[in-house]
Design a protein around this ligand. Sequence first.
Ligand SMILES: Nc1ncnc2c1ncn2[C@@H]1O[C@H](COP(=O)(O)OP(=O)(O)OP(=O)(O)O)[C@@H](O)[C@H]1O
Ligand SMILES: O=P(O)(O)OC[C@H]1O[C@](O)(CO)[C@@H](O)[C@@H]1O
Ligand SMILES: [Mg+2]
Length: 946
Amino acid sequence: MAFPVVNGSSCFTVFGATRDLINQAINFYTNVLGLSLHSETDNGVYLSNQDNILTVKLVLSKKGLTEDQIQAKKASFLEQLNIHDWRTKESSLVIKSSNLNQLIGTLQAFNQPIQINPNELFPNEVYTLDPLGTVVGFNSGGNPMTVVPPVEKMSSMVADSVMMSASNSHFSKQDEGVKTRRNIAVMTSGGDAPGMNANVRAVVRAAIFRGCKAFAIMEGYEGLVRGGPEYIKEMTWHSVRGFLSEGGTNIGTARCKDFRERAGRLKGCKHLIEAGIDALIVCGGDGSLTGADLFRAEWPSLIKELRDTNQITAEQHETYKHLNICGTVGSIDNDMATTDATIGAYSSLDRICKAIDYIDATANSHSRAFVVEVMGRHCGWLALMAGIATSADYILIPEKPSSSRGWQDQMCSIVGKHRAEGKRKTIVIVAEGAITSDLEHISANQVKDVLVERLGLDTRVTTLGHVQRGGTAVAYDRIIATMQGVEAVKAVLEVTPDTPSPLIAIDENKIVRKPLVDAVKITKSVAAAIESKDFEKAMSLRDSEFLEHLANFMAMNSANHNEPTLPKEKRKRIAIINIGAPAGGMNSAVYSFATYCMSRGHTPYAIHNGFAGLSRHESVRSMDWLEVEGWNSVGGSEIGTNRQTPEETDIGMIAHYFEKYQFDGLVIVGGFEGFVSLDQLEKARAMYPAFRIPMVLIPATISNNVPGTEYSLGADTCLNSLMAYCDVVKQSAAATRDRTFVIEVQGGNSGYIATYASLISGAQASYVPEEGIALDQLEMDIKSLKESFAVDRGLAKSGKLILKSTNASKVLTTQVLADIMKEESNGEFDTKTAIPGHVQQGGLPSPIDRTRAARFAIKAVQFVEESSDVLYDYKYAMDFPDDKKLTATAAVLGIKSSKMRFKSIRQLYDFETEIGKRMPKKIHWAKTRDVADQLVGRSRITRAPA
Ligand SMILES: Nc1ncnc2c1ncn2[C@@H]1O[C@H](COP(=O)(O)OP(=O)(O)OP(=O)(O)O)[C@@H](O)[C@H]1O
Ligand SMILES: O=P(O)(O)OC[C@H]1O[C@](O)(CO)[C@@H](O)[C@@H]1O
Ligand SMILES: [Mg+2]
């Protein structure tokens, strides 16, 4: 029999207990909880309740099995059940009951120590421990409860259950002297950064979800130094409501002088211990995390001093002897080593790009030059990325200084050539920390003077200042802040005194833990290298992505005025085409492709209006620098895009034109139709030699459903416009009180957009095509909505959203869903629908899509260069062998986990794609769905495999 699975567990198994305990447990489950015997086998005893919601499997320890083997068995059982989420190691049970009071009465009659209302999110819960130490929860609404699991060893679990009392709200224990982490504090420090609030929200809710208490240290290290309940405050589930969409940091931040001194840190140490904090999560920049690392290193001597001076007891000394600390990097500067991005950096980049997009218009009108100063005290990441995203003429950054005359000559030469080509405007971006190779500061005004004096340009300076730190976080920052907050809680609960303090980082698309101490060390050595004028070393210590972006910027910027970098015989004729629906970043990809090709000496061709345009109108044009200039910042598709594949138009004519223009390579920018087109062209190579050229797909679709990649261009732009839409709708719902909006989300058969939009807008539920809308799930969601409206009564900011992918259900349309919810709410809340439609394609491309497009496009051109030789001998051969090496020259460029890579279309199409569904076979965002649900307290029913 397949049981519905509540949050991934339909069945709970306990291994390794003695027969006596098993008998006690059976007694408890049958007599106290009213479960009945379901079956008994050699392997164990199965119990179930009437609703078949839950099975409890009690297994006697096998003779001769060691504790390790038992644990391994348990782990493998959990694995079989496909339980990969937070509950993997948490043996809490949820038992559905329609009459909570009756249950409470029964428990009390049996003298069971019960905890009522342990969780403010679900006030109707109670929980208790069974004789095996398993936490058993009851919930009138069928929602899962949130408690810390019983600890690893069976014997001590039982001891714990005896010790448990109704006043003890946490299931934790002393384990060989190491206090189980249960009071988790979070603080924000250094300059505020958009996304810090999302990080705090995630830490607080993930901590509460896991049965811990959550605290906020107000005002950064200042709050730690001052201490007391005013600065170290317990946070509730509701205290972080609305945080996702708010800029800055609601728990305050500071630059604290005292913490730089040992005396300040000593106070901080004392205050943490006084407040009973077991773990500290610091969200801040390089400075804050340097401070955190120092605090960690000094901790043993700090607590020793506190004990020796009788400021803490010997017992406190013993309990808090290890500082459990974790960093999540929050800073707009993106200057922390070992992570690709810091929380806030892309929001700041968004503000900068918007400002430069505005400046562009006025600069163009007057044919002026603008010098734009951006933040980044010691780091040029913002200036560099803004330079790429807005195709600025020149950038000045601290990492790559030239001599005090060098930068002036170079800048004037480039700007002069751009002007000579006919460009009407000039944008120079100066990082706040820009320096010469003699470490002299270069100011925006100095840059302006040079442009005026040497080129006679009418020049203005715009210093963006703190505008760059303001406003709400972009989608990416909300995503990483949330996922990193959750990971940070997991990390502090998992670390042991022997594991190094972690920093939560991101590598491409993967959230990872890195040793804090290493990150701080490398970051410090970058600063030291700059100080000692060893710029090469400083660059080599920067992340490889930074170096790649810088090389790309320089190459694209030299497109029309430097001697191409390739010798004549290596130069090629490469075509680019857009296929499918418009996606943010398509134009940026075409711009980057064209300018990079020019810098290398290739001739870039644009095929206009897709394959239909080519086969019907020979729509091929070679690309001109001035024509593409500015396309980086434009939405839609300048060269035109449509969904027709080569076979749907005329593949023979397409081959004819490929032959006529002697293309040496093809870059397709598109979504699933682009993917299918690439497959068709690759298969047609046997028939048409014109296609025996390297061909590469740059995934670009808001649905993000292209096999072979976890990211497609346009998805970020889409998420940002959807997020802005959801924020507005949520605000309206909150103001109206007691209203739920059902929002219909695009994405074809992919639930990616709906899932991520729900994560970043704090939607109560999302329905996606991969899961459909099951009636029992809907019933549960409506119940949960009712519960949460009841809890929220009188609180502000309680607007509720439900996101529904258009294809989640054919029958339960958005309107029907809203109507059912309204009907079932018994007048307790009202519902409305909202359909953003094609607004989701976004207006201007987001900076992420612009800069990723540049990376993708340049990698694609490099792929054409590198793969050409493989095909050389076969270009006009009678037979075109079916050889892996040859098929690999038609590939999808994608991001997979922490790597960017090319994967053969043949492999992807034949083995990794559900063609009928237009989807990859595996989705990579299941964990994100779980987190989105868990942070709003939603239980999701998934079906166990038959
Ligand atoms: N070396 C250090 N030792 C102890 N504490 C430090 C150290 N460096 C920084 N801190 C603490 O961290 C706080 C914030 O550091 P800083 O002002 O450098 O900002 P940040 O965290 O780098 O963020 P951002 O650069 O994004 O504004 C400092 O005010 C100080 O309290
Ligand atoms: O807001 P403050 O304290 O003046 O700090 C400005 C500095 O903070 C940062 O914005 C980082 O948060 C730097 O780029 C900038 O130099
Ligand atoms: Mg800093």
